[in-house]
Design a protein around this ligand. Sequence first.
Ligand SMILES: *[C@@H]1O[C@H](CO)[C@@H](O)[C@H](O)[C@H]1NC(C)=O
Ligand SMILES: *[C@@H]1O[C@H](CO)[C@@H](O)[C@H](O)[C@H]1NC(C)=O
Length: 300
Amino acid sequence: MHTPTILSLVLLTLAGTSLPAALAVPHPHAAATIKCPLIFDGRIKIRTQLTDFDSSATSLFNPDNVKGSSLKWSQILKFPTDPKDLGRGSSRFDNCTHKPVEVTITDESVFKTQYGFRRAGLIFSGDTNTGSPASKGVKTLHFSVRQDGKRGLNLTHEYLNVWHETSDWSANQFNFQAGTIIGQEGSLPKNTFKIMSRENKLIWSTPIEKKEWQNFAITLDFNTNTLQVYYSKGDEPLRSVIKPVPNNNAGEGQYQIGILKKPTGTEDVVNSGYQESGIDEGQIYGGIFIEDSAGGCISL
Ligand SMILES: *[C@@H]1O[C@H](CO)[C@@H](O)[C@H](O)[C@H]1NC(C)=O
Ligand SMILES: *[C@@H]1O[C@H](CO)[C@@H](O)[C@H](O)[C@H]1NC(C)=O
C-alpha cells in the first residue's frame, strides 16, 4: 500500500479549501460593487486630507454642521490606522481607493446651546433639508461601522449614531443607536446596535462587535412608508434581516452620520443632565452611500 509522503500530504491540504487561517495567504480585500444608481457617495477617497472636510469645495459633507462651533471637522474626524481596529482595513463597499473615517466627540462637542448632548454628525453635501432626492422614492442608506479600541463608547449612555431627521426637527424617521435607551433600560440590552422606529420602538438589533466590520443597509420607502434592514459582518454579503415594516417616513429632512451622546439623569436631554468630563470617544465608519432602490434594486 502506498504511504503518502509529507509532500503529497501538503499538496492534498493545499488542494482542499480548509487551510488553517494562520497558513492562508493574505488576499486583497475584494470590495462589493454598488449596483444601483448612486444618490450620495460618502466613501472617502484614499488621498483625502482631514482639512478637506473643512471646506464645501473639497468635502463630500456639509462643512458647517452638525458640530461644536469651536471645532473644525479636521479636529473632529480621524483616519484610523491601527490594524487592531481595522482588520483587513476596508469595509465591504470600500475598495482600495477608499479609506475609513472616524467621528469623535470630546467635551467641546456641544452644538449651539445643546449642553446636554455631545455630538458630531456628518450630513451629505446636497442632502438639503427640503427637496432632497434622498428623502423621496425608495432609497437605501449604506454604512459600515467598526469600534476604536482606544475610544470606546460608554454604553451606560444612549447614543444616536445614524438617523434621518424630519425637516422641522420634530422627529427622526429612524434611529440607529447604541447603549442604554432612556426609558427602555429594562427591555433593551446596552451592548447592541438598535434600529428604532419613528415611534422609538425597536425594529431590529444585533450585538456590537469589538473586532469586526458590521455592515448595515436601511431602505426607506417614502411612497409606501416602510423600512427594511440588511446586515452582514466582515466581508459577507448583506442579507435581509427583517421583512419591510410599516414606518412613518413622512416629513423629509436629512440623514446624519456620527455620534450624538445623550446625558444621564435628566428629562431634558437636549439642555441638561450629566456628561462626564474628559470624553474621548469615536465611531469608525466606512462604505457610506445612498443608492436608489426604485424597483427593488439593492447592493448586497
Ligand atoms: C473603486 O471604487 C471607485 C468608485 O469610487 C471606482 O471608480 C473604482 O473603479 C473602484 N476601483 C476598483 C479597483 O475596484
Ligand atoms: C460611563 O458613564 C457613566 C455615566 O456618565 C459614568 O458614571 C462612568 O464613569 C462612565 N464609565 C466609563 C468607563 O467611562
